[in-house]
Design a binder for this molecule. Sequence first.
Ligand SMILES: O=C(O)CCC(=O)C(=O)O
Length: 290
Amino acid sequence: MTASTSAAARTNDELARRLDEIDHQGYTIVEDALDPAFTVSLRDAVRAQFDELGIEPKGNRAEGFATKRLYNLVPRAEIFERLPTHAPVLELAEAVLDRDLILSGTTAMDIGPGERLQGLHADDGLFAIGRPHRPMMVTTIWALTDFTADNGATRIVPGSHRDPGHPDPDDDSIAIAAEMPAGSVLVMDSQLWHCGGPNSTATEWRLGLNVQYVRGFFRTQQNHYLSIPHDKLAQYPQRLRKLLGFELHRGIMGHVDGASPASAVGADDGSQGAYAGSSEDNVFGTTQAD
Ligand SMILES: O=C(O)CCC(=O)C(=O)O
């Protein structure tokens, strides 16, 4: 076995182990998903945005009373364009869903001293398709500071992704803190019951990012068609444009008079347009041009 073959085998073994963890307990924690320099740069970029935009806590239970939050990160700074395609995270999300997945949203969540429990929920709890179901959404929570039980580490209920019901938001006794060092990413099947934890420290802020993916045929949580400036879109790599939902899903879904959303807003993606594909990608079978 050559060195590169054995590295690939190790990678495959690790992927299989992580998929098994997500299948059985609903989550996995990838401790070295972000290198230290990237972690610091992301942390600085988020906090610069908070300052520039004058972000203050929204003052409701879901978004927090002592938590700064910011949505739609991708177009706000160049470094955020790397979030959706960051390989160790995207590869895992693709393995749980498939390569047609799209980005559901990007959110920064900086939990401040004194914050209370957010309330247990499942991120795909709005999908009225019954529980449990095969994974439809993957939530990834990136630790840009250390996450501790005291400073608001995400609270999770292992195995709850298989529970047919929804949690009591206030019954935190069944949850554990997903403690992890800065640079780690918690990857979960979005059926898992979880929430932002309370922050009982006097001075520590706990900064996390939520980069969330969903199968390509669902509505996304954040609306990229209206929030991504089209001139920026035209400069983005094709994989990022696809993740943002600007290419057709399986050659058809999302078309605008037959064109992809990217073409329709002048960021041509070179695609053939809806119904042109003659493959297993659409449901109409092979096109006969006679
Ligand atoms: O901040 C966290 O750790 C989780 C937040 C969360 O679950 C949410 O806002 O939906």
